[in-house]
Design a protein around this ligand. Sequence first.
Ligand code: BMA
Length: 327
Amino acid sequence: MALPIIGSPIPHLPWQPRPSGNSDLVWRYSHNPVIGRRPLPGVTGIYNSAVVPFEGRFIGVFRTEGMDRMPHLHVGRSADGLAWTFELKPIALTCDDPEVTRHEYGYDPRVTPIEGTYYVTWCNGYHGPTIGVARTRDFVTFEQLENAFLPYNRNGVLFPRRINGKFAMLSRPSDTGHTPFGDIFYSDSPDLVYWGRHRHVMSRGGQWWQGTKIGAGPSPIETSEGWLLFYHGVMSTCNGFSYSMGAALLDLDQPWKVRARLNQSLLTPEAPYELSGLVPGVCFPVGCLCDAPTGRIAIYYGAADTVSALCFCEAEPLVQFILEHAM
Ligand code: BMA
């Protein structure tokens, strides 16, 4: 199967071929974690963060946490996507309306380039978690837009282009705490301010690894077979939640229609850095680089709510596998 991918070349993306003897569709970077503990003075960890190519290098928005354990968003830069330097201060969001920029906390940022502008969506504290939206062209000045939804909502993820003329976002309605439920919904907007036409995409349940809740991961990748969506699936164990990564293909023109949803997880907590940390047993995909001509994909994921790790896969065999092993 030849799999055209709509996207740009990123020939210098961080990459390691599949290790010999490994038959997994997704494999881990051998030098994980790429961002370890104490990456900045006073910061205990950086995880659940998003990376994009920028001016021949890489840039991203990163979730930091200090000794007060409050999460904030920082800009980070890298030549190779592996070694990072971070701004010491959190991103200063600007907006004419102070009600919009009142900051309680911000976490789990996604970054999505659309029509030459970079949009950041994140879990924004506004009387509870909701979806914050900001835009930048230079990663120096960030203009904050209206929160996309009423609280409570998490995992707001934009599509990288308009669909049927509208901006499009996946999100996961939730509660104020460690939500024991959650399904993925689709909404569209003519202007990134007013969101509506909400459509159900897919529900938790069925297999145990995604029995409790699910949430979109990085921005979907456009392929000839549909939007390739990586997402996290959560199961409840006697010790709490466990977070794995799965994948699905969504219809290109009506992305609330699921073309195929893989009947197993692709990455589940196994490595020491996924099993040890603030929240043991978490693989949380948030950022993704795809070299369109070759289909090589590097996924950034938070491990154990403590460090940032990388894993790799190839689009064509993955899409083929999803189509052949759909739920
Ligand atoms: C979710 C979010 C994520 C976190 C995960 C596991 O509710 O808070 O940021 O990685 O829980 O603790």
